[in-house]
Design a protein around this ligand. Structure first.
Ligand code: FPP
Length: 246
């Protein structure tokens, strides 16, 4: 499969990915889980590069969930260090590829070193106009929705908003993904068929693509295959096929 097989006029504007299977990949090779995450980081580089090449506008990667804090401490700190190392290693490439960086999640709970590196990287890349890469870090959708409810309730208490004015647009504006279009395609690797507390509001009309490939083995070909599969689908948004074809 190559880029010619992709219809440039039917690209998903936003691809979200649940990068799963690093641990199993490592176990299969009798290596530590962190080795799996390190190999997974190389996959991140490969897939972000091809997304930028295709001129996809947004890519959101589920890199660390709120629940991941409960993993063994060495794995958690290893992942936090890996993120800093990745940003050091790839910042120039991200910049050269015109990629902008954003983070969604409860970033206050990240270690200071990680927070600082993220803030510096976001600043360095903020004027870029190509792919927007969004890292979901210490993110969970139920956390995000709870925070949204608190903010909207506070606005009402402060008389900044009327309860009757709350609508879907207002809700969207109080989520972490404010001003980011909803994903059109969600990819989950490693043969698991779950959403795992990821973008529950934003995935309402998203097309799902599941593959058995473990994230460290997922490559450019696998990504292009997912895009081609997406392009074959008819997205109806609740309407009938006939209504769409009028
Ligand atoms: C899921 O695999 C993967 C993660 C929890 C971490 C994802 C991180 C990377 C791809 C590396 C890049 C790192 C950062 C922080 C951006 P798993 O460990 O749940 O795999 P398993 O289900 O096979 O155990």
């Amino acid at each position: 499969m190559n880029l010619d097989e992709i219809d440039k006029n039917k690209l998903p504007s936003h691809v979200a990915i649940i990068m799963d299977g690093n641990g199993r990949w490592a176990k299969n090779k009798s290596k530590s889980r962190l080795v799996g995450h390190q190999k997974g980081a190389e996959t991140v580089d490969e897939i972000v590069t091809v997304a930028a090449e295709l001129q996809i506008s947004y890519m959101t990667l589920y890199a660390f969930s709120t629940e991941n804090w409960h993993r063994p401490q060495p794995e958690v700190s290893g992942l936090m260090d890996l993120l800093v190392n990745m940003l050091n290693k790839y910042i120039k490439k991200l910049h050269d590829n015109n990629i902008r960086l954003l983070v969604i999640g409860e970033t206050d709970s990240l270690p200071p070193k990680t927070r600082k590196k993220l803030a510096d990287s976001i600043k360095k890349l903020q004027q870029n106009t190509g792919l927007t890469l969004i890292l979901a870090l210490s993110y969970s959708s139920r956390w995000e929705i709870t925070e949204m409810v608190k903010s909207v309730a506070q606005e009402c208490l402060d008389s900044q908003m009327n309860v009757k004015d709350i609508n879907q647009h207002v809700v969207s504006q109080f989520l972490c993904t404010k001003n980011i279009p909803d994903p059109e395609l969600l990819i989950r690797t490693s043969g698991e068929y779950r959403i795992s507390n990821f973008l529950l509001w934003q995935l309402a009309y998203t097309e799902f693509y599941f593959t058995d490939v473990l994230w460290p083995d997922f490559n450019r070909q696998d990504f292009l295959k997912a895009i081609v599969d997406f392009q074959k689908r008819e997205r109806r948004f609740g309407k009938t096929g006939e209504q769409l074809n009028k």
